[in-house]
Design a protein around this ligand. Structure first.
Ligand code: UAG
Ligand code: ATP
Length: 516
């Protein structure tokens, strides 16, 4: 793979990004590697100086290790002797040049993006489960749980970001295409648009699932409007848009979709019975619950509008993942599969067995009720989870083990207090990635907002002990919700990923001790 200086200059000029260039010799010079990290540089690298934490010494290090050109928003003396491309926005430049360096792999993929405050990972896994039916397992996935860019074990790996940095994204896409993948399903976070990680990409399908206040804080979004604005960009950059008509701020969401997409390529879905007389467009798909038990959810999907009738996806579906919110996630994903050319039977077969690590994983015990491990970690997801449990399981006693992370999402703590007060009978407040904060103080902050006449609390910082105590005190008709960590096998403490057995492993161990 390579890119010439000449090509870089042309692309940057075409997008009005080039402020100036200082090119040492011939513009035919070819760069054979691209990087934004001085610790990852090879001979003839094109190096991007980007980010709040960038230090000019990284450029010196990159030059010493073989970088011959750099892209930055200002010239650096440390880059003396290198070709310099000075740009208006380095993140945008990096996205465009990385796409070109990796030979535009997006053009060889059916590309699907999911955005929403909740349900991105679940919906992405559901859609992959279905698409794998028609392409022999060749659906790539970029998600906060795992990235999958091929069928070999080494093609599955974990990424630290939900949506990768643009350079990594295009490299992963190229690897997927070279591995024979035909479709790619990815989660698109609001940060991805804020930081231009997906700048220049057009999605075949873009999904908007829901929005509620989250990710607002010093390192993320200054306010809710900024968060919403970033999320809407997925619809602006999609050829077909699929929208949950029940989302908050529907009018803004629909308006964003119509800026670039004709209404006949916008699809709306909603649960049966949902009405909004102000909707400017007919709802295309309706879904309704049939039955839920401890192991399965059954629901039915109806095509309502003439546009929806063209997709042969109406009928009953069974999910292995419980939770009425998973019917919502599944409905969106099934519409996506329909738009990719699938019919009801292949969708039903594909979605039937999808499970997702750390999402609604359940264990039924003899004497200690139903134990659920779930990634719910903000007010909206905690409410959805607890309400579902109360509704479906004859108003059980709800015992919750939960903590809030340090250093981020500070507003989530009040959301935990509110949701626990509203729907939990007892909460064990515990450690969840405290980072550089004090876990006890985080728990006390949540506790201070709880109305103890409605929800009793215990602060137990040892998460394993909190799980043990919660399960021990539960009786046969109770539910114990182990929230927030999902499948994580670590606790982030003072900058170190400290190994942690994992909520499900701890729960299984406790159950086998209690029930032997
Ligand atoms: C605010 C933000 O988006 N930050 C991301 C961004 O940081 P940055 O560009 O400021 O880079 P930096 O880490 O400060 O370092 C500056 C530069 O120096 C380079 N460097 C650094 C050290 C060195 O020795 N040599 C060197 O060259 C780095 O490679 C980097 O290019 O780029 C880094 C990778 O290049 C990311 O790790 C980092 O994510 C931070 C840590 C993060 O966690 N972001 C969160 C808020 C996020 O994006 N979350 C969303 C999910 C939200 C959701 O659930 O909806 C996500 O998509 O993951
Ligand atoms: N449609 C939904 N509405 C409300 N809550 C949901 C929905 N889907 C999932 N959840 C809850 O949110 C949790 C996280 O789900 P999921 O991982 O699919 O969302 P996500 O959007 O990827 O989240 P994050 O951005 O936090 O990684 C689930 O464990 C569940 O408790």
């Amino acid at each position: 793979m390579s890119i010439s200086l000449n090509t870089c200059i042309l692309i940057l000029k075409e997008h009005h990004l080039l402020k100036s260039s200082a090119v040492q010799d011939t513009v035919q010079t070819k760069m054979e590697y691209v990087s934004y990290d001085s610790r990852d540089v090879q001979t003839n690298t094109l190096f991007f100086c980007k980010g709040a934490g960038f230090r000019p010494t990284y450029l010196s290090m990159a030059r010493e290790d073989g970088a011959i050109a750099y892209v930055a928003e200002q010239p650096y003396p440390e880059g003396k002797g290198m070709h310099a491309l000075i740009v208006r926005n380095v993140a945008k430049a990096m996205a465009l040049l990385s796409a070109a360096f990796y030979r535009f792999p997006q053009d060889d993929l059916f590309l699907v993006g999911f955005t929403g405050t909740k349900g991105k990972t679940t919906s992405a896994y559901f859609l992959k489960g279905m698409l794998d039916q028609i392409n022999g397992g060749h659906t790539a996935l970029l998600s906060s749980v795992n990235n999958i860019v091929g069928t070999a074990p080494e093609d599955t790996f974990k990424s630290s970001l939900t949506t990768p940095e643009s350079l990594d994204l295009f490299r992963d896409m190229r690897r997927a295409v070279d591995n024979g993948m035909t479709h790619m399903v990815m989660e698109v976070s609001s940060q991805a648009y804020k930081k231009n990680r997906v700048f220049g990409l057009t999605y075949d399908l873009g999904f908007f699932l829901n929005i509620s206040p989250d990710h607002i804080g010093p390192n993320e979004h200054p306010n809710f409007e900024d968060y919403l604005h970033c999320k809407l960009q997925l619809l602006v950059n999609s050829r077909k848009c699929i929208i949950n008509a029940e989302t908050a701020r529907f009018d803004d969401v629909y308006a964003a979709a119509t800026t670039t997409t004709n209404p006949d390529s916008i699809y709306l879905f909603a649960r049966e019975g949902f009405e909004n007389p102000k909707l400017k467009k007919q709802i295309d798909f309706r879904y309704k619950s049939i039955e839920t038990d401890l192991a399965e959810t059954q629901f039915t999907l109806e095509t309502v509008s003439p546009q929806a009738h063209k997709l042969p996806i109406a009928g009953d579906y069974t999910l292995q993942m419980i939770g009425d919110f998973n019917e919502t996630n599944a409905t969106g994903a099934i519409i996506g599969a329909g738009l990719a050319g699938m019919d009801h039977d292949s969708c039903a077969a594909g979605i039937r067995h999808v499970t997702i690590p750390g999402r609604m994983e359940t264990v039924t015990t003899k004497e200690h009720g139903l134990i659920v491990v779930d990634y719910a970690h903000n007010k909206a997801s905690m409410m959805a989870l607890m309400k579902f449990m109360r509704r479906e399981f004859a108003n059980p006693r709800v015992i919750v083990v939960v903590g809030a992370p340090g250093d981020k999402g500070i507003s989530r703590r009040a959301g935990f207090s509110e949701s626990l007060t509203a729907e939990a009978d007892k909460a064990f407040l515990t450690t969840d990635d405290p980072g550089f904060e004090n876990a006890e103080e985080i728990c006390e902050e949540i506790d201070a907002g709880i109305d103890h006449s409605k929800c009793a609390t215990v602060i137990e910082l040892d998460r394993e002990k909190a799980i043990h105590d919660a399960i021990s005190e539960a009786t046969a008709n109770d539910v114990v919700l182990l929230c927030g960590k999902g499948a994580d096998a670590f606790q982030k403490i003072r900058g170190v990923d400290t190994p942690y057995e994992g909520d499900m492993a701890v729960a299984r161990r406790v159950i086998s001790e209690l029930e032997k």
